[in-house]
Design a protein around this ligand. Sequence first.
Ligand code: MN
Length: 253
Amino acid sequence: MRLLITNDDGILALGIECLRAAADPLGEVTVVAPDREQSATSHSLTLHHPLRPIPRGERRWQVDGTPTDCVMLAIEALMPERPDFVLSGINHGQNMGEDVLYSGTVAAAMEGLALGVPSIAISFAGGDLRADVTQLREQVKVLTPLLKHLTSLPKFPSKTLFNVNLPPRPAGEVKGVKLTRLGRRVYSESVAPMKDPWGRPIYWIGGGEISWSGEEDSDFRAIEDGYVSVTPLHLDLTYYDVLQGAGTWWRDL
Ligand code: MN
């Protein structure tokens, strides 16, 4: 089995090292990852300058581009044969609810799927990574069996990527795996007003308070309860309920 690994935290991130450790027992791993952090770059593609892959060992490249660039470059150019799976992560921080719309980690898996390769995004739902380094390393034990299962399904669901979040606790205290749907995330005070060195107003997006809401079967509830969360996602954003109820809001024009 051929596995392509990428991430959005950059090739030097601890998370990608852990994902590699988790995936190595499953097959031949190729790593193609950004040369620096690309978190929250979503599905952006570099069109206005060329990409220069630099080899960093056997089947390992760093690329001066986004996670999406990395997946496209790996599949279309760098790998002699197409991968059987794209694995993206382990992201330093959760990707639950609306996070998946901003996430470079999830976007890389979306790109894999768009190119016809079954894909899995993996994120570690820990807050302060400096404090969580041990827990992140420990997740390898949790992740290998899960990846083994998902990559050996008799039929990987079509048009689907799996969004996996790992709970911030020691591997021995992870309660199990739950299938979930996306919850809702609410940011408050996420734009911080500041002054630049010349006293002019600037704004820094980030920080603030994050709160979550969602049903019993939502991703954040699973994480809160100490489970690994697995959410199937697909690329079709069509809102079928509204389309099917079009009689109430649409008329032929
Ligand atoms: Mn990231």
